[in-house]
Design a protein around this ligand. Sequence first.
Ligand code: PMP
Length: 402
Amino acid sequence: MITQRQMFLNHVAQTSDAPLALEIEKGKGIYLYDKEGKSYIDLIAGISVSSLGHSHPQIVDAIQKQTNQYLHTLVYGEFILSPQVQLANLLQKHLPDNLNCTYFVNSGTEATEGALKLAKRYTGRPKIISCKKAYHGSTNGSLSLMSESFFTAPFRPLLPEIHHIEFNNIEDLQAIDEHTACVIMETVRAEIGVMRPSNDYLKKVRERCTEVGALLILDEIQVGCGRTGTLFAFEQYGIVPDILLLAKAFGGGMPLGAFISSKEIMDSLTNNPFLGHITTFGGHPVCCAAGLASLKILTEQKDIVEQVFEKEALFRKMLQHEAILDVRSAGLLMAVQLSSFDQVLGVIHECLKNGLITDWFLFNAEAVRIAPPLTITEDEIIKACSILTAAIDKVCENENGK
Ligand code: PMP
């Protein structure tokens, strides 16, 4: 009889020729369980999604309640749907005044696409500035923001008028000019292997955008919703974007994204042309119910976000090993720098054997990714780090025995 694994390989589209192919039966808290009942500490939370752990009871309850009410009704923006309205309202309470209007979408890349369109429409300008080695999604527009021709060349032609600058380089900010519709960057960069903005870099970016009338889009798809120790990462850098992007953890485990701006800017999507951006499923009521439950937990049970820095410090203390060249972190998003991709792959597979799920980064394959549910406890951090450092030991031993 054909196994589920074989059917997966034959009939589910693959993105690499070496999928981890773990057959998941159940998820609870920081753990995933496979078909044999083996448990795995999920140290990457579905790439920064399950920030409150898998199947958080309050989120599951909100989803179940909403499924009893209604699922899909009509395309986005036509009906008044309580989960959408309540979520948009709670968001604006926790955001600066100019981020008071939310456009809901289904994913991170759609948030990027919507924001790019909004910036072009509002400013009437063609040019877009992105950073080298940035990742903002995989659809055509978002892909065009990538500087790496390895990933983009086979998909040309891409969007025109995209200019790439070096993150943290002040001189490069001169590329932002009167033709620029927007600058898009992550507040803290994830896929490069965790890079924070240095000193007052983001302030300088903000100043330059304001000076020339370009909109600043901050992508917090990966670093928002508490991951870096504040509800939104930009709070730590003394600036406010014109457009904020959320997705991943925002939906509490359900597909939900958003681009958020001022009512004034957002209104430019309602005319010339009207229906300037439309979506059938964006802001699906069940996803918004999950997102609302998740945001309520994050904003009411304040210790979850407040404890992020302590937990980060504990990880850093526990991650001691001579093969670790560097640990870069922004709250509970961390990169453990090793010396080679082979080492990282070895560690990932050794960890998997010992019940721990980790990963590498798109633009830094020599670093191990740590982005656990924010709810991970101190004991669980200690356990996870001991599995990780034992795996590094094992990989080094194997290397030395070569
Ligand atoms: N922006 C950033 C910073 C991301 O990390 C990701 C996903 N890794 C995206 C955008 C795209 O999100 P999605 O996969 O939901 O389209």
